[in-house]
Design a protein around this ligand. Structure first.
Ligand code: SMO
Length: 765
């Protein structure tokens, strides 16, 4: 591992395929995750969860639980601060309703936590949970999102509208957006061709291999330490300080490796209980969710019902595009508004069309909450919009690539920002959507070996494109510091977390490039609020784009300092000094970093700050060639190509990995995955046995291509690229299935048992 890094570390670090520094440790099982630490006197927490979809807790009898040997405490809503918060904890508080409490006296979904038992062992804590006697007053529940807004539907968050910033408490509407440009009805009326379809997407989960979990303890200074599997240590600290009325410097949140996030580790599901238990017992505590808890009580993608109406003229110019979106946020509104705004925004903004209309609502239901999940609303609406584009193209006899080329948004074109989203027109740091279309078209046209298939198999090609504007105007903040040591090496400190996204390499590449050194000379410290500064966290594809800009700024400031120091000694202008090869030089004169660190006398360090303005717009185009068995509905993917505009590619190997991973994860959702909820609100399949994650054997090789762009805003030309590869996958697959079978399948996953009836109608004997 080390040798490999050294081999490839020569020359400019940015843009090279450097492996993750912890790669060998990961492969050898030596990387340190949340629980890879020894703590004396640890107590274990288990949670009692609601069997009811909606109920008020009248009382909890703790006596029998407290009598269990080894049980130290039973914590209920009576022990917890009644401070409402959002598990999403966005930087901009208006985005999310504060509808959650550490422990509430009302439960709103099957699996919501009711009480915590703290004990010497997990077994004792579990036994304590079994002995708790809870008196519930059962309330009417609603599971179906379409029925949630109806007159007389049970109200899930009653009477807390102002406090919770919910759009309409009386109709269970947590967020909504309505906007129109031009006149869509008239344009649809006069269009040469039109299409209307309703598409549904299911409930899927991040399925990170490390479940939510953490440890908490009070240290000698009375600081509450929380070490958890989180993408957002700083936002977690702020939330805990607010909920428990602690000074921010009395709370430290940190993590080492996070075993998968994908948006799910933005939510706070364990840290609140850990803090409560540590503060109440004064003992170090541990809480680790089981896989079942992960399914029934964390977060999922927002299932959506999307109706699209579209029209075009004879030349294939879009004249009307309309979306009607119903998003199911489950029992709590985590990310409900922002996910809806993205779902309704970029999916139609990516097309230049004079008449557009969007109506979106997100509703509460008594089901497991939805939340942030890679792609953030775009996979759902892209599925519908990209189908409509293909259907119009089919009617007009225009090739799908050409249809898109005639209609994609170009820099300077007006866009529709969903009202209430806080978005305005998007500024591109770079624009490579046209290139991505060309790249996929060329790749799909290349001859590839096709397996011998019997005539039971139907083949077809499908494409889809996507745009996502991942960085909100003021929503993402990062700080970085970098210091030079006496041996000429550096330490870089960033707030953003490493959860498999590769930031631990990319930040060192950025700093090494600016400072004229190699990545092996830069040690990285990250993801710890004790390091100071502020970082909104690793989400929204900001690890490189936002935090990387902070790293670049810090490195540039330190480079200027080093040049200034050398220039002073040589009585030359700093501008005449060059930084390269671990030294500052000016003509024949040279001072190595090591020498500079020694002559300086004072420690050499600098810091950088980044605020997420302006934003980063990622573009991706996916192509599939599929074979479908017309008698069984089994799908084989013969070809998978994705092109991305990732700006200047910071690390081709890792960026390819992000795209391959995004396609694999999205194929899971397109082909297999579905959390099934019965009409009582219970998750029927909360385990991997009944929830098929794609394995290596299920995933085709994806050919990854990059547009040649250079982002004017991002660090060293890079831009956001990690959420977006997910977004066009189900849409492209749906279009390929349509091309192969002539059938438009309008709901995911495309499981054989779902495809079978329609295939039977069409091809059965
Ligand atoms: S689910 Mo994304 O990290 O906004």
């Amino acid at each position: 591992g080390r040798t490999h890094i050294e081999e490839v570390a020569a020359g400019e670090a940015f843009g090279r395929s450097l492996p993750a520094p912890a790669g060998p440790e990961l492969v050898q099982g030596q990387a340190r995750y949340t629980f890879d630490t020894a703590i004396d006197g640890l107590l274990y927490i288990k949670l009692l969860r609601s069997p009811h979809a909606h109920a008020r807790i009248i009382g909890i009898d703790r006596a029998a639980a407290l009598a269990v040997p080894g049980v130290h405490a039973v914590l209920t809503h009576e022990d917890a601060p009644a401070v409402p918060f959002s598990t999403a904890r966005h930087e901009q508080a208006w985005m999310d309703p504060a509808d959650t409490r550490v422990l509430d006296d009302v439960v709103r979904f099957v699996g919501q936590k009711v009480a915590a038992v703290v004990a010497d062992s997990e077994a004792a804590a579990e036994e304590g949970c079994r002995r708790l006697v809870v008196d519930y007053a059962i309330l009417p529940a609603i599971v179906d999102p379409a029925a949630a807004t109806a007159f007389g539907a049970p109200i899930i968050h009653a009477g807390r509208s102002t406090e919770h910033r919910i759009a309409d408490v009386n109709r269970n509407i947590v967020a909504e957006t309505h906007g129109e440009f031009g006149d869509v009805a008239a344009a649809l009326g006069s269009a040469a061709v039109t299409y209307e379809g309703t598409f549904t997407t299911q409930r899927v989960q991040h399925a990170a291999l490390e479940t939510h979990g953490g440890l908490a303890w009070l240290d000698g200074e009375g600081v509450l330490n929380v070490r958890s599997s989180t993408q957002v240590p700083f936002l977690t600290r702020r939330a805990l300080a607010e909920i428990f009325a602690l000074a921010p410097d009395k709370v430290r949140v940190f993590c080492e490796r996070v075993g998968g996030g994908f948006g799910g580790k933005q939510e706070m599901f364990v840290e609140d209980i850990l803090a409560l238990a540590a503060l109440k017992t004064g003992r170090p505590v541990k809480l680790e969710f089981t896989r079942e808890e992960q399914f029934i009580a964390t977060s999922t993608r927002h299932p959506m019902r999307v109706t699209v109406k579209a029209g075009a003229d004879r030349d294939g110019k879009l004249t009307a595009l309309q979306l009607d979106v119903l998003s199911n946020t489950g029992a709590y509104g985590n990310h409900a508004g922002p996910v809806l705004f993205h779902a309704c925004g970029e999916s139609i903004s990516v097309y230049n069309c004079p008449n557009k209309k969007v109506d979106g609502i997100a509703v509460y239901t008594n089901t497991v909450p939805a939340g942030a999940y890679r792609g953030y609303g775009l996979p759902q609406t892209t599925f519908a919009v990209e189908a409509a584009i293909d259907e119009l193209a089919l009617q007009l006899g225009i090739d799908p690539f050409e249809m898109r080329r005639r209609n994609i948004v170009r820099p300077g074109d007006p866009m529709l920002a969903p009202p209430g989203s806080g978005h305005s027109d998007v500024l591109y740091g770079s624009y490579g959507l046209d290139q991505c279309l060309d790249l996929v078209e060329r790749a799909m046209a290349e001859a590839t070996p096709t397996p011998e298939l019997s005539d039971e198999w139907l083949t077809g090609d499908g494409i889809a494109l996507t745009m996502i504007d991942t960085v909100p105007p003021d929503g993402h903040i990062a700080d970085a510091t970098i210091s030079l040591h006496h041996d000429g090496a550096f330490t870089l400190t960033v707030g953003t977390a490493e959860f498999g996204n590769g930031t631990s390499t990319v930040h060192r590449q950025i700093a090494a490039t600016v400072l004229g050194t190699t990545v092996d000379r830069i040690a990285l410290k990250q993801s710890d609020t004790a390091h100071g500064g502020h970082d909104t966290g690793a989400y929204g594809s900001t690890g490189t784009f936002v935090a990387g800009r902070a790293t670049q700024a810090a490195a540039e400031a330190l480079a200027a300092e080093l040049k200034g120091l050398a220039a002073q000694r040589w009585s030359v202008a700093p501008a005449d000094c060059v930084i390269a090869d671990d030294a500052i030089s000016c003509g024949a004169r040279r001072l190595s970093f090591k020498e500079l660190a020694t002559v300086s006398g004072t420690p050499l360090a600098a810091s950088g700050h980044s605020q997420g303005t302006p934003r980063s717009v990622a573009f991706n185009v996916q192509g599939f060639r599929v074979a479908v068995n017309k008698h069984t509905g089994v799908i084989e993917i013969l070809r998978s190509v994705q092109a991305a505009d990732a700006g200047r590619v910071a690390n081709p190997m890792q960026c390819r990995g992000q795209i391959e991973g995004g396609v694999a994860q999205a194929l899971g959702a397109a082909l297999y995955e579905e959390i099934v909820i019965d009409d009582t609100g219970r998750v029927v399949n909360p385990r991997f046995r009944d929830y098929h994650l794609p394995s290596y054997a299920d995933v085709p090789r994806t050919q990854v291509l990059f547009a040649a762009t250079n982002d004017a805003i991002g660090p060293l030309g890079a831009k956001s690229m990690s959420e977006s590869p997910y977004n066009p996958v189900a849409a492209a697959l749906g279009n390929a299935l349509r091309a192969a079978t002539g059938i438009r399948f309008t709901s995911v996953p495309f499981k054989p048992d779902r495809l079978f009836p329609r295939l039977q109608e069409m091809f059965g004997d």
